[in-house]
Design a protein around this ligand. Structure first.
Ligand SMILES: Cc1ncc(C[n+]2csc(CCOP(=O)(O)OP(=O)(O)O)c2C)c(N)n1
Length: 662
């Protein structure tokens, strides 16, 4: 009933062929068991890779064990071919502790450094950018390793696909981009997904070699990947591979296949990758019936034993400590004291200075951003860096924030530290997904750090209009897993940036553009660090607490200069996540009145949460309602008169005086 496909063994010995057979049979038998368990209600969700195993298995078998593979939700064969003990996989799927995510993420949504497999986040596309970063790290290490990343044909419609392929092409990264074209993205057939004849045709648009491969023929897959592996070592480059295959079951088990024409199912059933390979091995006398039976029984026993073992593992018990402690990777802050030799420099110089000294300190630190290399960046912060550190570590990127942030995460996974400079903080929106979903959640999900700093030139007052003036810290303070730093002075900026770079967690580092060249301070010439989570008490007084950060601190200082009679505590928060709640509570308990000044629009901003925390913790100390002052609830306008009205600077004085009179 199965057609014999054209298998070519080339130099493969009988034991090698049998080994490949065992490898392709294993995921199939596991899946067959899973299908039974689903019917018994013992497994809830299952994304089947039946019919697609030759790709996962053939590719993984051809790569070295220490070469990173980034699979998707149908690539069980990658995990089994890397020989992850089955009970660990089962634990993962059952949400038990011996899995890879402590019950925090399901199915194949995990990574493991032990097996050099980096699993997906649900958003599909970011995988490809991570692969770029991993491959870049390999290239910088000159270790001759290649990286393979999987995607379905559906996810090739995502911008991340384009961005990642483009970066890989421009940077000549040794990445295999593996498209498993299985006919459907959930219920969407390929003709509603893309218009070119073959997805491999897109390679030409990226200046990239591409191949169309029979994804159901394990030997074709294995030989091609083996050849490419050698070829990529000789000539590092990305290659686009379109594997033609078919999804034989529903998108996931519950969703069925009603929309798939039966004749299509029949055609592809005849091309079953496991059955055809078995037929070939039997026809060529490599595999006998007895040996086949033994192999099957052995795998089935392993599955049953490991499944039984996992049933005995206890269910996860939720504890607050364990959950909260895993959001961030523990970071041992190393204090490097500022030395006394200082220079009077601007905020922008302090940032540049800190960056440079951190680049010297960490030879695994890579900076990426648009126009940051020879041009020195939009604000010239990295001017001269290429001459000093070379263009491998100071990298111009194409305009593609999403894949660059994902690549930064890939660098981190493969032993580097990464800084991404947003040209303007506003443009982080096109890199938002990987920041809040990938970087922020990675440590909590599978205990892997994301050693990335995203630098954010932000803020208004420069008449730059709605898309070059925003201060969007609240987009990120909302998301557990991110740290958010927002200095107002050169001294703080340099010390906090150095700490941000040392910290293995993802940090959003806000740099106010209007302060860049207007604020001077004596700043130590040498390297030093400052701790996160410590507000600075800039002024002390008993009447009122003023809480602010960034440009707001300077507006508050101006107001206090104008009103020397006001006796205020002025707290500059410096970091928003972590927040120095102790400093806030201590001051409020002393002054009994509080006003919070933020540059962002009010609703949903940091001031609102500070206000709520004060209400909850200091209510009985308050002599007046907590006052928040922020920008108008509009986009930030361009013309000066409009921008002046929008920003809270001019309203702050009035609100402060009103509060004092309450
Ligand atoms: C950004 C995003 N949009 C939508 C989804 C929902 N979704 C999950 S898988 C999937 C289909 C993916 O199709 P394809 O890439 O071809 O992979 P396949 O499932 O066929 O292997 C969709 C729409 C998602 N996970 N992420």
């Amino acid at each position: 009933m199965f057609q014999i496909m054209n298998f070519e063994r080339r130099e493969l010995s009988n034991p090698q062929l049998l080994d490949l057979y065992k490898k392709i049979l294993k995921p199939r038998l596991i899946e067959e068991k899973m299908l039974i368990l689903i019917r018994q209600g013992k497994v809830s969700k299952w994304f089947s890779g039946i019919g697609q195993e030759a790709i996962s298995v053939g590719l993984t078998a051809a790569l070295d064990k220490d070469e990173y593979i980034l699979p998707m939700h149908r690539n069980l064969g990658v995990f089994t071919t890397r020989e992850i003990p089955l009970h660990r996989l089962f634990s993962q799927w059952q949400g038990k502790k011996n899995g890879f995510t402590k019950g925090r993420d399901r199915s194949f949504h995990f990574g493991t450094q032990e097996y050099k497999i980096i699993g997906m986040i649900s958003h599909l596309g970011p995988q490809m950018g991570i692969a770029d970063g991993i491959a870049l790290a390999n290239k910088l290490k000159r270790n001759n390793k290649i990286t393979a990343v999987f995607t379905g044909e559906g996810a090739t419609s995502e911008g991340d696909f384009h961005e990642a392929l483009n970066i890989a092409a421009v940077w000549e990264l040794p990445v295999l981009f593996v498209i498993e074209n299985n006919g459907y993205g959930l219920s969407t057939p390929t003709n509603e997904q893309y218009r070119c004849e073959n997805l491999a045709d897109k390679g030409i648009g990226y200046g990239m070699e591409s191949h169309i491969v029979d994804g159901n023929n394990i030997l074709e897959v294995y030989h091609l990947i083996s050849e490419l592996k050698l070829s990529l070592i000789e000539n590092p480059r990305p290659v686009l591979l379109e594997f033609k295959t078919f999804r034989m079951r529903g998108h996931e088990e519950a969703s069925g296949t009603k929309y798939v024409p039966q004749e299509l199912m029949d055609v592809w059933a005849a091309k079953d990758p496991v059955e055809n390979f078995r037929k070939y091995l039997k026809a060529t006398a490599v595999l006998s019936d007895d040996v086949d039976d033994n192999i099957r029984n052995e795998i089935k026993n392993e599955i049953d034993t490991d499944w039984a073992k996992v049933q005995e593992e206890p269910e996860i018990i939720a504890t607050l400590d364990e959950e909260l402690n895993d959001v961030y990777k523990p970071f041992e802050y190393e204090e490097v004291k500022p030395n006394e030799i200082t220079e009077n420099i601007r905020l922008i110089d302090a940032i540049s200075n800190g960056l440079k000294q951190s680049m010297e300190r960490h030879d695994n630190l890579v900076i990426m951003g648009q126009d940051i290399a020879e041009y020195g960046g939009a604000f010239k912060i990295t001017d001269g860096f290429v001459a000093h550190f070379g263009n491998q570590r100071v990298r111009n990127t194409p305009i593609c924030e999403s894949a660059v942030v994902s690549a930064a995460n890939g660098l981190s996974i493969n032993g580097y530290k990464a800084i991404v400079e947003m040209q303007f903080a506003d443009f982080v929106s096109t890199g938002f997904n990987p920041i809040v979903n990938l970087l922020a959640k990675q440590h909590y999900r599978w205990q892997e750090k994301s050693d990335v700093v995203v630098r954010m030139p932000c803020g208004g007052g420069t008449q730059a209009g709605p898309f070059h003036s925003q201060t969007n810290e609240a987009w990120f303070t909302k998301t557990p897993g991110l740290k958010v730093v927002y200095p107002a002075f050169p001294f703080d900026a340099k010390g906090l940036l150095n700490t941000a770079i040392n910290d293995p967690n993802p940090v959003l580092f806000f740099e106010h553009k209007q302060l860049y060249r207007s604020i001077y301070q004596e700043v130590p010439k040498d390297y030093y660090t400052l701790p996160f989570g410590k507000a600075a008490l800039l002024k002390e007084g008993e009447e009122v607490t003023i809480i602010s950060f960034g440009a707001g601190v300077h507006w508050a200082l101006e107001t206090l200069d104008k009103h020397p009679e006001i006796k205020a505590d002025l707290l500059d928060l410096r970091t928003l996540q972590p927040m120095d709640w102790d400093a806030i509570h201590t001051s409020v308990k002393k002054t009994n009145k509080v006003i919070i000044l933020q540059e962002d629009t009010l609703f949903g901003g940091v001031a609102s949460d500070i206000s709520a925390m004060i209400m909850e913790n200091c209510f009985e100390y308050l002599d007046a309602p907590v006052k928040r002052v922020g920008s108008l609830e509009t986009a930030i306008p361009f013309m000066k008169s409009l921008e002046d009205q929008y920003l809270p600077k001019n309203r702050f004085e009035k609100e402060l005086l009103t509060l004092l009179e309450y």
